[in-house]
Structures are given as structure tokens and as C-alpha cells.
Design a protein around this ligand. Structure first.
Ligand code: NAD
Length: 344
């Protein structure tokens, strides 16, 4: 089968002919139909120092955002069935640790991530535990199915607390921030302010439902937020950039008694005064992955009802052999979501 692999430490991937996986007990093999590139795949492609510290086994089939058809099931699998179209939850959890046993499997102590710790989904076939398959109803366009995983991150961040009637700022309008805007709109937020340096992404933020977009490097975000909120500050902030500046912006623009959802991952240390949070009585929610599996149900409902539409986020549809073009487009900031159509 075709597979995109990281053969050895260093930049780039290779498209190779790899052995087909065979499902073990409790596992299934999925024929990948659609798969998309996550920002972390780009870090892996470029071989950033952070990735170099995390990926130690080679060769590794990369990629994790994926959906496809179940083609074989291992011993003891009750669901899904051969022929089911499923999206993949990419966090593989142990089911035994304290966190898993107390309803918090998304922070499993023995977490393995598809495409990093085990072979991933930029391939014709991928093997996963049966419980990691989420059946996708026919009411959801097939092309959106691999985007359900990052959308789960957006759901858990924006809906860390209810937002109905509230004023929210979304900091960072990458694919997940853009999904977050649509989710906030669908969930009844009364004001959505989106902060993003890229003009192309700010334009998309308006199309996804933001009321006001701000370039945080050229405009006075604090003043704009205060003007739009009757000098209160926003009730909620979703930090979806991983930028230290945005983290500090969040602390300043949130109203006393409000909350901040932290999703963005930081590649550097951030220096801040914790008293600024404490004295404002701010609640901070740290988001890791998706809640298993209640978040997936919300994602399905938002998409099936078309309250959230992902079409605008798909900037490129390519075949797997054009992977270099795909990573180049992402590196140059020309892409939002690149989908590999595995049927072609
Ligand atoms: P992305 O890199 O495509 O988007 C980040 C956006 O933030 C970019 O558009 C960038 O221009 C913008 N930005 C940079 N500096 C900014 C600033 N000071 N203020 C406002 N915006 C700024 O990433 P993505 O795929 O949308 O993911 C969002 C973040 O979530 C990333 O940091 C990613 O690593 C992280 N992430 C976390 C988890 C988790 O489980 N916690 C899961 C997936 C992704």
C-alpha cells in the first residue's frame, strides 16, 4: 500500500510502498478515503526541535486526521462493522489509568497518538483500536469527515463553558480558530471578536461569523475590545494561536470573572504575572484533545445540522503523491486545510 513516512530523523517525508496492516484483537483496519494535514504534521515535515524530541521510532507512517471505510475487524470487535464509514479519534488511550477510569480519558496517562507513537493515516490503510472509530452519518459530507477531529478541539475550547449571549474573543484564526468562530456563532455568542495577523485568514474569520476582526500587531486590540463591550472586556477568550503575545492579550482583555480557554501550544516560555489572573478571578480551562466521546457527538450535530459549514476551510484538494506541494502551500501560509483525496 502507499504510505507517507518519516524514514529517519530530518526534514521531509517519503512516499513508499509499505506492508498492509492486519488487525489484532479489538482492532480494525480502515481504508482511508480522506485525510487532512494538521499543523503538527507540518512541524513533523519540517523536523522542528520539538518534533525531534518526540518522534523516536523510524520509519513511521505519518498523518492522523482521517476518515474511511472499515475493511477488516480483529477478534472480539463488536462495532464498527465492515463497510462502515468512520472518522478516527487519533488519541489512543489505555482505558486503565486513573484518568481513563474516571471519565477523563482525553488526558490518559499512557496516551499514544496516531501518526506519532504508532503508524498513522497518510496511507491507503490504517490500523486503529475499534473504539477509536466514530461512525459518520450520511448527513455529513464525506469530505468534512477528517476535519471532525480538529473541530473537536475547537468545540472543547469555545464551549469550555456555555457562550450563549456572551462576548467572546478568538485569538488565532488558523483552521481551529476559524471553526471556533462558527461554533461560537452557532452556540449563541452575542459578540465574536477575532484576532489574527494574516489578512487572508481575517477575511475567512468574517465569513465564518466573526463580528469584528483585528490585526493584533497593527491595531489596538485592547481598545477595540473595550469599545465593543461597553468597557467591560470580553466574557470569554479562546486562545487558539500558541503565541505568547496572544496569551498576554487574553489576560488583559478578559473581563473580571470571565474565562479563558487555552488550546494553542507554545513553542517558547511565556512570562506573565499570575496575580493578573488571580485578582480578576479568571477561570482558565486547558484543552487537550477531545473529550471521549461526548465531543464527537456535538461535532456531528453541528455538522449534520449545517450550523457549522467547513467548505470554506478546505483550500486544497490533492492526491497523496502531491504531498510536497501540500506542505509547501502550508509553509507559505497559502493554505487553510489541505485534504488528500485517497480515492484518486
Ligand atoms: P495554526 O498555526 O494554523 O493557526 C494559528 C493562527 O494564529 C495563525 O493563523 C497565526 O497567524 C495566528 N497568530 C499568530 N500569532 C498571533 C497573535 N499574536 N494573535 C492572534 N493570532 C495569532 O494552528 P491551528 O491548526 O489552527 O491550531 C491552533 C493551535 O492549537 C496551535 O497552536 C496548535 O498547535 C494547537 N493545537 C492544540 C491541540 C491540543 O490538544 N491542545 C490540538 C490541536 C492543535
Amino acid at each position: 500500500m502507499r504510505a507517507l513516512v518519516k524514514r529517519a530523523p530530518g526534514p521531509g517525508f517519503d512516499l513508499v510502498d509499505a506492508p498492509e496492516p492486519i488487525p489484532g484483537p479489538g482492532e480494525v483496519v480502515v481504508a482511508v478515503r480522506t485525510t487532512s494535514i494538521c499543523g503538527s504534521d507540518l512541524h513533523l515535515y519540517n523536523w522542528d526541535p520539538w518534533m525531534a524530541a518526540h518522534l523516536r521510532e523510524f520509519p513511521r507512517i505519518v498523518g492522523h486526521e482521517a476518515a474511511g471505510v472499515v475493511v477488516s475487524v480483529g477478534e472480539g470487535v463488536v462495532e464498527p462493522n465492515v463497510g462502515d464509514f468512520v472518522a478516527l479519534e487519533t488519541h489512543i488511550v489505555c482505558g486503565r489509568c486513573y484518568q481513563c477510569r474516571t471519565g477523563r480519558a482525553h488526558i490518559c496517562r499512557h496516551l499514544k497518538i496516531l501518526g506519532f507513537d504508532i503508524n498513522g493515516a497518510f496511507a491507503d490503510l490504517v490500523k486503529v483500536p475499534a473504539m477509536n472509530c466514530i461512525r459518520v452519518p450520511s448527513s455529513i459530507p464525506r469530505e468534512w469527515a477528517s476535519l471532525m477531529e480538529p473541530m473537536g478541539n475547537a468545540v472543547d475550547t469555545v464551549l469550555a463553558e456555555p457562550v450563549s449571549g456572551l462576548r467572546i474573543a478568538i485569538l488565532g484564526c488558523g483552521p481551529i480558530g476559524l471553526m471556533g468562530i462558527a461554533i461560537a456563532r452557532a452556540s449563541g455568542a452575542s459578540l465574536i471578536i477575532a484576532s489574527e495577523p494574516s489578512p487572508f485568514r481575517r477575511q475567512l474569520a468574517l465569513q465564518m461569523g466573526a463580528d469584528r476582526v483585528v490585526n493584533p500587531f497593527e491595531e489596538d486590540l485592547d481598545r477595540i475590545v473595550m469599545d465593543l463591550t461597553d468597557r467591560d472586556g470580553v466574557d470569554a477568550v479562546a486562545e487558539m494561536s500558541g503565541s505568547p503575545k496572544a496569551f498576554l492579550d487574553a489576560i488583559r482583555i478578559v473581563t473580571p470573572g470571565g474565562w479563558i480557554g487555552l488550546l494553542g501550544l507554545f513553542s517558547q516560555m511565556v512570562s506573565f504575572d499570575p496575580n493578573d489572573l488571580i485578582m480578576k478571578g479568571v477561570r482558565v480551562h486547558c484543552i487537550t484533545g477531545r473529550r471521549l466521546f461526548s465531543t464527537w457527538d456535538l461535532v456531528k450535530r453541528f455538522l449534520a445540522s449545517r450550523q457549522v459549514n467547513l467548505d470554506r476551510l478546505i483550500s486544497h484538494r490533492l492526491t497523496l503523491d502531491r504531498y510536497q506541494e501540500a506542505f509547501q502551500a502550508l509553509s507559505q501560509g497559502e493554505a487553510i486545510k489541505v485534504i488528500f483525496d485517497m480515492d484518486r
